[in-house]
Design a protein around this ligand. Structure first.
Ligand code: ARG
Length: 464
C-alpha cells in the first residue's frame, strides 16, 4: 500500500477497507488526463514563482516519461496505489526526487480528479459527436439514393400511408442531428476549468487559474471552488444525452430487426453483422441490432446511478463521487461501440426496394388518397371515407389492391370514379403530392437534403 497520506495516522488501514476505498483499478484510464493536468499545473506554478523553472523542467520530463513508459508497457499501474493520482506522484518522486514532491502545491486530489473527469468527458463528447457525424453521413448517402424508393409508412405498426426510404431514414437523421446538437450544448457549458479550486476553498498560493484554463483548452476557469470540486452535472448531462441517443439507436434497431424478418424482408443485414444458430442451420439472426437495443438499458442505468449517487451529497467533495467512474466509463464505452457498429451495419445493409414497394402497394397505403380523390370529385370526406372503407374490405376478401380493381368494380361503389383514378392513387402520385416541408415528396426532400448537407459541412466539432 502506497498512500499519499499517513502522517496523521497511528494505525494502518485494514486490507479490505483499502481495497474498498481504492479506485486505481478503474481510474487508471485517466492517466493521460492526469498527466496533462499536472503538466499545466506545474507550468503555472513556475510562471507564478511557486517552483523554479528547473523544478518545472524536471517535473515535465518525469511526467512525460511516466506516460510513455506506461504506454510502452514498461511500467505497470498496479493496485499497490490508491488511485491514479497517487501512482503518478509516487512514480514522479521516485524518478526526480524532491522536485516531484512540489507538484501537488496548491492542489488537492479533489480539484485534480474534477479536472481529470472533465477532460475525459470533454474528449468523449467530441468522440461521440464525430461518430454521430459518421452516422449522419451514412444516412445522408442512403437517403440521397432513395428519394423515390417507395415504402409503407406505419402507425400502430399498421401500414398507413406511402413514404419513401429517404423520408423514413430522414426521421433518424433528425434524431441524430439533435443528439449531436445536445453534445454541442454540453461542450459549451462544461468547457470551464476547475483546477485551482483546491480541496474546496481555493488556495493561499497566487495561482493563475486563467493561465491553466487556457493551457488546457478551456474557455476560462470556473467561478466557485466548492461547486467545482463537487460538480458532475456535465457528466450527468452527457449520460443523459447518451441515453437519448441510445433510445434512438434502440428504436432504429427494432425497425431493422422487423425489416430483416422473414415476413418483411425490407432489408438484409450483411453477414458481417449477423450470427447463426447452434441448432437451426437456416438461421441468420440480427444479434448486433438486438444487442444495441439491449445495451440501451445499461446506459439508462448509468444515468440513474449517477443521479442517485449525487442526490444526497453535502457540499463539497465526498467519496461517494468516486462512484461516478465505473458506470460512466461502461456507459460511454458501450454507447460509443453501439454507434460505431450500428453505423457499419447500416452502411453494409441491403435494401430490398422491390419488397418495400410491393408492401406499400398491397397494404392500402393509398386509401387516404383514394378518399381524397372522391372529395375532389365532390363527395363529402366522411362519405368518401366510408366508401373507400367498403372498397378495402372488398379487396381484402379478394386479396388484391385498390389499384387492381376494374373501373366498373369501382363505379359499383361510387359513380364518381373515372379512369384517372389509377394515376391519382398510384404510389408515385401519392408520394409526389406530399409537398409540404418535411413530407416525402421528392422535390421537398431535395430541399431537406440540401439543408442536411449544410449542417454536415458546418458540423460543430469538425475542428476539435
Ligand atoms: N479516487 C477519488 C475519486 O475518484 C479521487 C479524489 C480523492 N479525494 C479525496 N479527498 N479522497 O473521486
Amino acid at each position: 500500500m502506497a498512500q499519499l497520506w499517513g502522517g496523521r495516522f497511528e494505525g494502518s488501514i485494514s486490507e479490505l477497507a483499502w481495497k474498498f476505498n481504492a479506485s486505481i483499478n478503474f481510474d487508471k484510464r485517466l492517466l493521460p488526463q492526469d498527466i496533462k493536468g499536472s503538466l499545466a499545473h506545474s507550468e503555472m506554478l513556475a510562471k507564478v514563482g511557486v517552483i523554479t523553472q528547473e523544478e518545472k523542467d524536471a517535473i515535465h520530463k518525469g511526467l512525460k516519461s511516466i506516460l510513455s513508459d506506461v504506454e510502452e508497457g514498461k511500467l505497470e499501474i498496479t493496485d499497490k496505489y490508491e488511485d491514479v493520482h497517487s501512482f503518478v506522484e509516487a512514480n514522479l518522486i521516485d524518478r526526480i526526487g524532491d522536485a516531484g514532491k512540489k507538484l501537488h502545491t496548491g492542489r488537492s486530489r479533489n480539484d485534480q480528479v474534477a479536472l481529470d473527469m472533465r477532460l475525459y468527458t470533454r474528449d468523449e463528447v467530441i468522440n461521440v459527436a464525430k461518430l454521430l457525424k459518421n452516422m449522419l453521413i451514412t444516412l445522408d448517402k442512403i437517403m440521397g439514393e432513395n428519394v423515390e424508393t417507395y415504402m409503407p409508412g406505419f402507425t400502430h405498426l399498421q401500414k398507413a400511408q406511402p413514404v419513401t426510404l429517404a423520408h423514413h431514414l430522414g426521421a433518424y437523421f433528425e434524431m441524430f442531428k439533435r443528439d449531436s446538437l445536445r453534445l454541442h450544448d454540453i461542450y459549451e457549458r462544461m468547457n470551464y476549468c476547475p483546477l485551482g479550486s483546491g480541496a474546496l476553498a481555493g488556495t493561499t498560493y497566487p495561482l493563475d487559474r486563467e493561465f491553466t484554463a487556457k493551457l488546457l483548452g478551456f474557455y476560462g476557469p470556473t467561478f466557485n471552488s466548492m461547486d467545482s470540486v463537487s460538480d458532475r452535472d456535465y457528466l450527468i448531462e452527457f449520460l443523459s444525452a447518451l441515453a437519448t441517443m441510445m433510445m434512438h439507436l434502440s428504436r432504429f434497431s427494432e425497425e431493422v430487426i422487423i425489416w430483416n424478418s422473414n415476413e418483411y424482408r425490407f432489408v438484409e443485414i450483411d453477414d458481417a453483422y449477423s450470427t447463426g444458430s447452434s441448432i437451426m442451420p437456416q438461421k441468420k439472426n440480427p444479434d448486433i441490432a438486438e444487442l444495441v437495443r439491449g445495451k440501451t438499458g445499461r446506459v439508462y442505468g448509468a444515468l440513474m446511478s449517477l443521479l442517485t449517487t449525487m442526490k444526497g451529497i453535502p457540499l463539497a467533495y465526498d467519496k461517494d463521487m468516486q462512484e461516478d467512474k465505473e458506470v460512466s466509463f461502461d456507459a460511454i464505452d458501450n454507447a460509443r461501440n453501439c454507434l460505431i457498429l450500428f453505423t457499419d451495419m447500416l452502411s453494409t445493409m441491403k435494401f430490398n426496394n422491390d419488397n418495400m414497394e410491393k408492401s406499400a402497394t398491397k397494404g392500402f397505403t393509398n386509401a387516404t388518397d383514394a378518399a381524397d380523390y372522391l372529395v375532389v370529385k365532390g363527395v363529402p370526406f366522411r362519405d368518401a371515407h366510408s366508401i373507400i372503407g367498403r372498397i378495402v374490405l372488398y379487396c381484402i376478401d379478394k386479396d388484391q389492391a385498390i389499384d387492381d380493381m376494374t373501373i366498373d368494380e369501382l363505379k359499383s361503389f361510387c359513380d364518381k370514379f373515372d379512369a384517372d383514378v389509377y394515376d391519382a392513387i398510384s404510389l408515385k402520385t401519392c408520394v409526389e403530392k406530399r409537398l409540404t416541408l418535411g413530407a416525402p415528396g421528392p422535390e421537398v426532400m431535395k430541399k431537406v437534403l440540401d439543408e442536411n448537407h449544410k449542417f454536415l459541412d458546418d458540423f460543430w466539432a469538425k475542428d476539435l
